[in-house]
Design a protein around this ligand. Sequence first.
Ligand SMILES: Nc1nc2c(ncn2[C@@H]2O[C@H](COP(=O)(O)OP(=O)(O)OP(=O)(O)O)[C@@H](O)[C@H]2O)c(=O)[nH]1
Ligand SMILES: [Mg+2]
Length: 377
Amino acid sequence: MNLTVNLYYFVDVVIVTCLIIKTWSNTKSNNKSDIKTLSNVKSNVKTNVKNKSFFELKTKDITAASKKQPKPSVNNTTQSVVVKITKPTKYLIYLCDSKRYCGGFGDRQRGIAYAFMAAIQLDRKFGIVMSTPCDVRQFFIPNKYNWIIPESDLIGKPQKLINSVGLGGMNLSNDTTEVIYLRTNAPGNDYIYRRIRHKLPPYLKGGTTRKQIFKLIWESLMKPSRHVINHLKTLALPENMTCAHVRIGKSKNLPNDPARNKLTSVPKLWDFMEKFNKANTLFVATDNIEVRDSARRRFTKRYFDSEGKILHIDRQKGLDADCLGFETSIIDQIILSKCSVLIISRSSFSFRAAMLGKKSKDLYSFHGTSIKPFKLT
Ligand SMILES: Nc1nc2c(ncn2[C@@H]2O[C@H](COP(=O)(O)OP(=O)(O)OP(=O)(O)O)[C@@H](O)[C@H]2O)c(=O)[nH]1
Ligand SMILES: [Mg+2]
């Protein structure tokens, strides 16, 4: 609001000054019609400011007013003045740095999708800064929307930081701060998406279900980096895979996480996986080293895994090789999204993998001692 008033004032001053100089040099007279002409120009400019997000005071605004002025008696060099003022670009930057908790990869994906939709809703440019446990740009690069914003575009601008991990969505519509950094894992990207359909760029259009909407958002933003593509090539993914995500939580290798599935119920899952098409290759992604060893022993040649370092990218950031752990989690999730049969745990990690998968997937959930069909909406 203050900025708009300042712009009015700035433009008024420029125009008034120009016309005063012009009038003085032309006629050196100051009659009533000049005063009327000036107020016409001022109201023209105000209308322009109100109606356009950025505006140009075009030549015709001045020349229309000039017609009413007495004929110049001296050489007239000031025919028109062009004033171009651009509204400052506002930004919404999803932030996940080492200073605070921002959640595992599933939380981050949810937060990014939410923040992107909020940015479109608020007419803000969207950016992503994810520097923990290492820079996400090693693994994902912009696809259809460029979310890499050079620091030089942001430095020196009024800015604020909002921490809302675990607090859900927030209303930023009255916040005029130029740069807002947002830590969030809010759900509700689909809710905003449905409300801003008219504003969506073509590549985001067409989503109906929660799954479709998240997949459209994520894949518009992200494509795997060359490094990740090369890593996946080394694994030579088979065409047909039966896959499971086994989230155990608290264990020797992940001591500060709440408990999830029990190690004792895992053999039941192995039985279930084995009964599917015997031609399928088996793949297991897990947060637990004992589970990985058990799958290797049980399935031998039919089986593969990503072999990488396992850790929780948020609860164990700062450990040796945490960047390798980040890479393993991304590789694991991408593979899970490509499986023809997928058994997920109660975990946003594999829930997001299922959302990124193909539509016609055989989907199940593994929780407690039961394995049940699972439906995505
Ligand atoms: N490499 C690998 N890492 C995993 C796997 N499962 C869990 N993790 C790690 O644990 C983190 C779990 O966080 P999320 O992705 O948010 O999933 P979540 O199960 O909802 O976990 P919380 O947010 O901690 O409740 C992941 O980001 C990984 O760092 C897995 O199968 N493979
Ligand atoms: Mg999570």
